[in-house]
Design a protein around this ligand. Structure first.
Ligand code: SAM
Length: 283
């Protein structure tokens, strides 16, 4: 029996039975494997870390996208850095008045996700509202003159090409690309096994934005407990939207979801004490 053994966090391994290897390739940048697993369906890994699975990606991508867009209320342009599997793009395309620029460094991830895991992107890459750019996200935000209302940093973990997407310099350049009151959301790992990444992002974003926190969701294929999305904006009102208003926006948007609800949106920002302490303790 072949096992996929993810050793992303020292001392902790996630083993998934490999029923069938669908595809594997060392792209110019990353080691990509797509395999079939009875519980999770098709699984994509990059450099030995699970990126997304057919069965639980809806949780991760719905919370990544609908929380900032429904909190903001007037989003028309979204920048996605990373997100080559197309899952965030699929959720974004549900918002009728939204255009998306997706910047991923590795064309192979996009092509192979479309080919072998088509339900994740669900045709988003063919939507005329989506502009695809193959580039290093770090370089892109430094050079662009354009602006976006929400920036979603759907990156790999801070290793390999994804490492630059966790620096203060990158966050500062992202801020320069935001419209007034815009929101940045990061993929910030699993606090229980990635505490230092959580605190580092908190401190770096905190030096740039007035309102910085995290919200949580449990992604079954991300080992170690709930995962954290970094939230950063200068408009603290986005987090004070009444439940009734969120519900109204959700209804008006006409989007269909399987995880996101306005109640889940609000509850996701309630950080348990041990995570609050990670953010405030003396280091
Ligand atoms: N859900 C996953 C997670 O939580 O780790 C992330 C999914 S997505 C596949 C990660 C994407 O980040 C990949 O497609 C990878 O090519 C892209 N990426 C890594 N470094 C990048 C960079 N510097 N600029 C743009 N995209 C990058």
């Amino acid at each position: 029996m072949q096992l996929f053994d993810e050793g992303l966090h020292s001392g902790v391994n996630l083993a998934l039975k490999v029923d069938t290897v669908i595809y594997e390739e060392k792209t110019d940048l990353q080691d990509l494997v797509i395999f079939e697993n009875k519980q999770f369906g098709r699984v994509m890994s990059l450099d030995g870390a699970v990126q997304t699975t057919e069965k639980d990606e809806f949780i991760y991508h719905e919370m990544f996208v609908h929380v900032p867009l429904l909190a903001h209320g007037e989003v028309s342009r979204v920048l996605v850095i990373g997100g080559g599997d197309g899952g965030a793009a699929r959720q974004l395309m549900k918002h009728q008045n939204t255009s998306v620029t997706l910047v991923d460094i590795d064309r192979s991830v996009i092509e192979l996700s479309r080919k072998y895991m088509p339900t994740v992107s669900g045709g988003a890459f063919d939507d005329p509202r989506l502009e695809l750019v193959i580039a290093d996200g770090c370089k892109f935000v430094k050079e662009t003159e354009l602006r976006w209302d929400v920036i979603i940093i759907d990156s790999t973990d801070p290793h390999g090409p994804g490492e630059v997407l966790y620096t203060a310099e990158f966050y500062g350049d992202c801020k320069s690309c935001l419209t007034a009151g815009g929101i940045i959301i990061t993929q910030n790992g699993v606090p229980f096994v990635q505490e230092s990444e959580l605190r580092t992002s908190y401190d770096r974003l905190g030096g740039l934005f007035a309102d910085v926190t995290f919200y949580l969701a449990a992604i079954p294929s991300y080992v170690g407990g709930v995962m954290a999305y970094g939230w950063a904006t200068d408009d603290a009102n986005h987090r004070k939207v009444a439940l009734s208003k969120l519900a109204e926006r959700y209804l008006e948007s006409g989007i269909a979801t399987d995880y996101y609800t306005p109640e889940v949106h609000q509850a996701a920002f309630a950080l348990p004490l041990h995570i609050q302490k990670m953010l405030t303790k003396e280091i």
